[in-house]
Ligand binder design. Structure first.
Ligand code: GLN
Length: 488
């Protein structure tokens, strides 16, 4: 992505407004992702490439890393041709939307080359044979063909060939097509019974079934639609040419076949066996997730305590301005969903300001401001619950207001606040799971990545649940112990 402009920051209001306007325009019309066009050389360029979230064996995550046939082919070609890639795992329809909006330079996502798509995209030479097939739950004895779908619901991926095909025969066989964004959710719907069948690409179904995703195929595959790498029509021609050149090279030197073999020769090599095996295999990634969960909670809660103390005191102060500030703060962050702020800080703020905001920063801002609002209320309530006679008594003994608060009121208030603060800490820990929506690699996010690749949804969620439970139990015990020791 050439010309990645960083807005100058003078801090002046006009600049800010101009930045905001540009940001909004970019949102609406899509910022041009690359200026690398025409006969330019690809050497040394960095291209942004969009892909699906999970489409194993073409793209999926293993130990947090995006891997798969598409990824290996792309990286091998990039290395061969001397360009760099920045891969964005967006989801299939989102990747196509990003390409159309020029937010990415190309898409590699097990994307079928079709006549309709050729109207708007230019495709590379095909690199993999594919086609659509229907699968049902492994123990389903009723659905043996399209005729049995009468009156039932099937699932397919939004914007995919599977969806197009299912819709093309839906009237004839009288069934309903429900579109979902992710392969793992589609398969889960079929296993859970909310849909009777899924229409997906047969190499992907075959790979999943070999991994024990709980499905089976019952109909013949509908051949057609080989996979290709796509760019916008007439754009990034150099990139497309380099892709084709590199692909031919990989095929000639045997590397292409090696990549296929790595994933297809034995799709079960990475498959966990029983539940215990799954727990052991997923443990490292889940522990990284737990570390991030605890880390973001601890930092956010420390900030929330500081904010809460400040605004809690503001709330009981005699100064109307301070009270107003505190009330506004509490009302805003208690009165709006946490997830909204996560999106706002992660997606909105960078667009408005041009700042680089990491998921950690966005996550900490979100959690600490949210918890800070609740802590402020806990602090206010705690102080107000101390009998006013205590303050009067301290004052009549000759202590000043500050000293009376510090020595008499606050210690008593703190004792009363502790159970509520422990509660808030636990709530914040659980709420941190919402940050998965912005891609923060916390515990539940890691779980999702694991089952997206191995399709063991229920068991993985169970393991994640147990880890949360143990962590929260340990934290509660620790906090109660500290409470007993220090609040005597
Ligand atoms: N091959 C299918 C298509 O191009 C599905 C791709 C995918 O789900 N990633 O529509």
């Amino acid at each position: 992505m050439k010309n990645n402009h960083t807005p100058t920051r003078t801090g002046r209001l006009t600049r800010w407004i101009a930045g905001a306007a540009i940001g909004l325009m970019a949102l609406v019309v899509g910022a041009p992702a690359s200026m690398a066009q025409g006969a330019e050389s690809v050497e040394g360029q960095t291209y942004v490439i969009g892909t699906d979230t999970t489409f194993a064996p073409f793209e999926f995550r293993q130990n947090g890393e995006l891997t798969g046939i598409d990824m290996d082919i792309l990286h091998a070609i990039a290395e061969d041709e001397g360009f760099k890639v920045e891969v964005r795992s967006l989801g299939f329809s989102a990747a196509l939307a990003a390409l159309s909006a020029n937010q990415v330079d190309g898409v590699i996502a097990g994307m079928s080359i079709t006549d309709e798509r050729k109207q708007i995209y230019d495709f590379s030479e095909p690199y993999f044979e594919s086609g659509v097939q229907m699968a049902v739950a492994k123990d389903d004895e009723d659905i043996k063909g399209y005729e049995d779908l009468k009156g039932k619901t099937v699932v397919a991926k939004t914007g995919s060939e599977g969806e197009t095909y299912a819709k093309s025969i839906a009237k004839q066989y009288d069934f309903t097509v429900k579109s979902l964004d992710q392969s793992a959710t589609m398969y889960e719907s079929v296993k859970a019974g909310s849909a009777v069948a899924v229409f997906d690409d047969y190499p992907v179904l075959a790979y999943g079934i070999a991994q024990g995703n709980g499905l089976k195929t019952v109909t013949d595959k509908v051949p057609g639609g080989s996979y290709g790498f796509a760019v916008n029509k007439g754009q990034n021609t150099a990139l497309l040419a380099a892709f084709n050149d590199g692909l031919a090279e990989l095929k000639a030197n045997g590397e292409y076949q090696q990549i296929l073999d790595k994933y297809l020769a034995d799709p079960t090599v990475n498959t966990p066996g029983n539940f215990f095996d799954l727990a052991v295999k997923s443990f490292p990634a889940l522990m990284t997730g737990l570390g991030n969960t605890l880390g973001v909670t601890a930092i956010s809660f420390a900030i929330a305590m500081a904010l809460g103390l400040l605004f809690g005191f503001f709330k009981i102060s005699g100064n109307i301005v301070l009270r107003g500030i505190a009330t506004t703060f509490v009302n805003i962050f208690r009165g709006t969903p946490l997830l909204l702020w996560a999106f706002m800080f992660y997606f909105g703020l960078p667009q408005l300001t041009g700042w680089d905001i990491s998921v950690w920063t966005a996550g900490i801002l979100t959690l600490s401001l949210n918890a800070g609002a609740y802590v402020a209320e806990i602090v206010r309530g705690g102080i107000q619950s101390v009998d006013p006679g205590q303050l009067e008594a301290a004052r009549s003994l000759g202590l000043g207001y500050g000293k009376s608060m510090q020595k008499v009121v606050i210690p008593q208030a703190f004792k009363m606040m502790t159970p509520s603060l422990i509660n808030q800490l636990i709530i914040s820990l659980k709420d941190s799971s919402l940050l998965l929506a912005i891609g923060f690699a916390e515990l539940l996010y890691q779980g999702q990545q694991i089952y997206a690749a191995n399709f063991r949804v229920t068991e993985t969620l169970l393991i994640v649940g147990v880890i949360y439970f143990i962590a929260i139990m340990a934290l509660t015990k620790l906090a109660n112990y500290a409470d007993k020791r220090f609040n005597k």
